[in-house]
Design a protein around this ligand. Structure first.
Ligand code: PMP
Length: 454
């Protein structure tokens, strides 16, 4: 497939060569890169992307799940225009009404959130969540799960994609740094826990209970590997027992696993939740919500005691948790996010139906072609796994599947006009419909008829 890929994407190759002169690897985020070179896109419309060579793709990346309505949805365009014209500004820098309207809407789906604060990204949201947990408990250590991503800063940048040779025991994973330049921060190493392994997880938590401020988890790993109910119930119980703050990072699962995220599916109330991606309608956002007694640590004590000292210092009062950001609660982004949620209220079920039909049909086609294919997912995200054993429960199970075959298939699919970044998951939008389903299944049919893996 790589020869055909080269033939179809000549302009992407040239543009990436040019990009490399200015950007390391030609990209602005490492995750955008893949070998031999990524495709450069220049248009999006509904469920479709068009690259610089004019090739059309059904897009299943959906900007890593952010675009729940697809590209350029009219509802969002209108909401943005209305906001800009009615309010007459791009940014207030003061409180404005939409901040409350949006919080009320979020809370209706996430009743675990007594109070809410906005940030500019999911990374900032988990960072704030961890600081809140540390302030609340007076403790310094956090635990995270192997294979789970929460953003690119030191405390959580461990054991996301560790080589199995370094990952340690399945029951007691090592904390493997994911970046160069982290030596300075080694004392911030998190405790790494094994996802979906309730006995081993409980044991490690019990051993470290006195040090732990918080445990952060994606209730559905990467948005597509569901936690088991019993595992979640036990995690909630053991954290409650020891007064450890349980943080659900629902940046990926929010409005995707279900409208109410993983916490709706598992019927569990985390102490803190983070959201991002979908709730910004394609624009940068993050959000932290949670228990009154925790979130209120960031509450200014009384009118007049918050001084704008020097360059943005908020307050010298150590008992108040610092939280600031020029763009927090950006009106245009909240308008885009609100329009997204309102559209999802109408169309989420249809998107879910599309997702489930696509998963079933891909599995059927795999069976007919005798290619080992299964899918793993929840809500409107899933991944295609090259294995006959569909019981994928955590990071290490995934590593044992045939990733080479999956990659080969992905390049064939790219050549047939189906876009997902090789080895990435599928995120479905409300813009995926009959036409896209047919195009996708035709492409799969064509690809599965080739001699794969040979
Ligand atoms: N948490 C999770 C679960 C995520 O998937 C991501 C982004 N992929 C983040 C946090 C970080 O969000 P952002 O990229 O907006 O900083």
């Amino acid at each position: 497939p790589f020869i055909q890929y080269g033939a179809k994407t000549g302009k992407s190759y040239k543009e990436m060569k040019e990009a490399e002169k200015f950007l390391p690897g030609g990209v602005t985020a490492n995750i955008k890169h893949f070998a031999p070179y990524p495709i450069v896109m220049n248009k999006g419309n509904g469920a479709w992307l068009e690259d610089v060579d004019g090739n059309q793709y059904v897009d299943y990346l959906m900007a890593y799940g952010s675009l729940a309505l697809g590209h350029g949805h009219d509802d969002i365009k209108k909401a943005i225009q209305d906001q800009l014209f009615e309010d007459g500004t791009f940014l207030f820098g003061t409180p404005h009404s939409l901040e409350t309207t949006f919080a009320r809407k979020i809370k209706s789906y996430y009743p675990s959130m007594d109070k809410i604060r906005y940030t500019n990204s999911g990374t900032e949201a988990t960072l704030l969540a961890i600081r809140l947990a540390s302030a609340y408990t007076g403790k310094k250590k956090i635990a995270k799960f192997e294979g789970h991503y929460h953003g690119g800063y030191n405390e959580v940048l461990y054991s996301i994609n560790p080589p199995l040779s370094e990952a340690g025991d399945e029951d007691k994973p090592n904390a493997v740094p994911e970046s160069a330049g982290m030596d300075f921060y080694l004392d911030q190493k998190p405790l790494v826990l094994p996802f979906n392994q309730p006995d081993a997880t409980e044991k490690l938590i019990e051993e470290h209970a006195t040090e732990l401020a918080a445990i952060i988890i994606e209730p559905v790993q990467g948005g597509f590997i569901p936690a088991e109910q019993q595992f979640m119930d036990r995690l909630r119980n053991v954290t409650k027992k020891h007064g450890i703050v349980l943080i659900f990072d629902e940046v990926k699962t929010g409005f995707r696993s279900a409208l109410g995220g993983g916490q709706e599916i598992y019927n569990i109330k985390p102490d803190i939740t983070t959201l991002g991606k979908v709730i910004g309608g394609g624009f940068p956002i993050g959000l932290v919500g949670g228990k009154e007694e925790i979130l209120s640590i960031s509450k200014p004590k009384a009118a007049g005691d918050v001084f704008d000292v020097g360059q943005g210092a908020e307050s010298s009062a150590k008992e108040i948790l610092f939280h600031s950001g020029t763009y927090n609660g950006h009106p245009t982004i909240l308008a885009a996010g609100l329009a997204t949620i309102q559209r999802l209220e109408q169309d989420f079920d249809a998107t879910l139906a599309y997702t489930n039909t696509l998963r079933e049909k891909i599995e059927d086609l795999g069976k007919k072609a005798n290619v080992p294919l299964s899918t793993v997912g929840l809500g409107t995200i899933f991944s295609v796994i090259c294995t006959r054993d569909s019981n994928i429960r955590h990071y290490r199970d995934l590593q044992k599947t045939n990733l080479e075959l999956r990659k080969e298939m992905d390049f064939h699919l790219l050549n047939e006009g189906i876009y997902t970044k090789p080895l990435n998951r599928y995120s479905i939008s409300t813009s995926h419909g009959e036409k896209e389903l047919e195009a996708t299944l035709n492409a799969y049919q064509t690809v599965l008829n080739k001699r794969l893996g040979g």
